[in-house]
Design a protein around this ligand. Sequence first.
Ligand SMILES: Nc1ncnc2c1ncn2[C@@H]1O[C@H](COP(=O)(O)OP(=O)(O)O)[C@@H](O)[C@H]1O
Ligand SMILES: [Mg+2]
Length: 270
Amino acid sequence: MTQIITVTNQKGGVGKTTTASALVCGLHQRGAKVLGIDLDPQGNLGFTLGLDIGSASTVYDVFKGNCSMEAAIAATEYGDVLPSDIMLSAAEVEFTAPRREFMLSDLLTGVRSRYDFIIIDTPPALNVLTVNAYVASDGLIVPMEAEVLSLVGVTQLQETIETVRDAFNPHLKVIGILINKFNGRLTLSKDILELAQEVAQQLDSQVFQAKIHRGVGVAMAPAHGQSVLTYQPDSRPAQDFQEIVDVVAGERFPRPKPTFRQKYISKFFN
Ligand SMILES: Nc1ncnc2c1ncn2[C@@H]1O[C@H](COP(=O)(O)OP(=O)(O)O)[C@@H](O)[C@H]1O
Ligand SMILES: [Mg+2]
């Protein structure tokens, strides 16, 4: 069965694209068939996964009916990607037809059976694109930046989720809150964890056990067209993300056995 997961938070810079790309890459590493969909007009997911987004057909072309889903999906080293482009920023005013909330969901009916997982990256907004992602999804992952974690904005997110549940997709659940850019050395961290629990409670969800530590490799990886999972597989954030992939992949797609290097040598670099 295909599981469709949206990475969402209306705040920018919290790690949505980083998380989406780690999920695409990590699930692909385990042999799952994965499609990453970029619904952010900034087009970062495609770029992060090494796609030349300037020339490709995009999700915008598909929404417009100018291109088929099959033709716009691009194969990368890390799985299939449906890229985005800046044209998508006009979506709110451009797509006004009835059932506009179901554009993505309808398009996915034709291709979803080919994939084990579909991972959707979203813009830092709660707009028609985000709603399309929620309508098409089984679950949401909400990354939050540890150091500026707050309850501000959570009510808005919760309202959007509830609206989608009531009107379009009763099955939608929040898989978990993902704490990102975590610095275990700060005394602040206990407060952060408590706050995260409150946020999770409000969304009727849980905080992922694994926290994603801050690391320079995460910020450098996209410039190399990679996720941190392949760019610096032994780094702390990469290992943290693998734990999140464990949760998402479940027993169906277990971690590949560690190589000699991962087992013995990586110890010295952490
Ligand atoms: N754990 C981390 N450690 C260091 N830098 C990070 C981490 N997570 C994200 N970043 C950096 O923070 C910035 C915002 O992340 P991004 O995933 O693009 O957020 P969003 O998609 O929510 O806007 C990027 O430059 C990214 O490389
Ligand atoms: Mg992003």
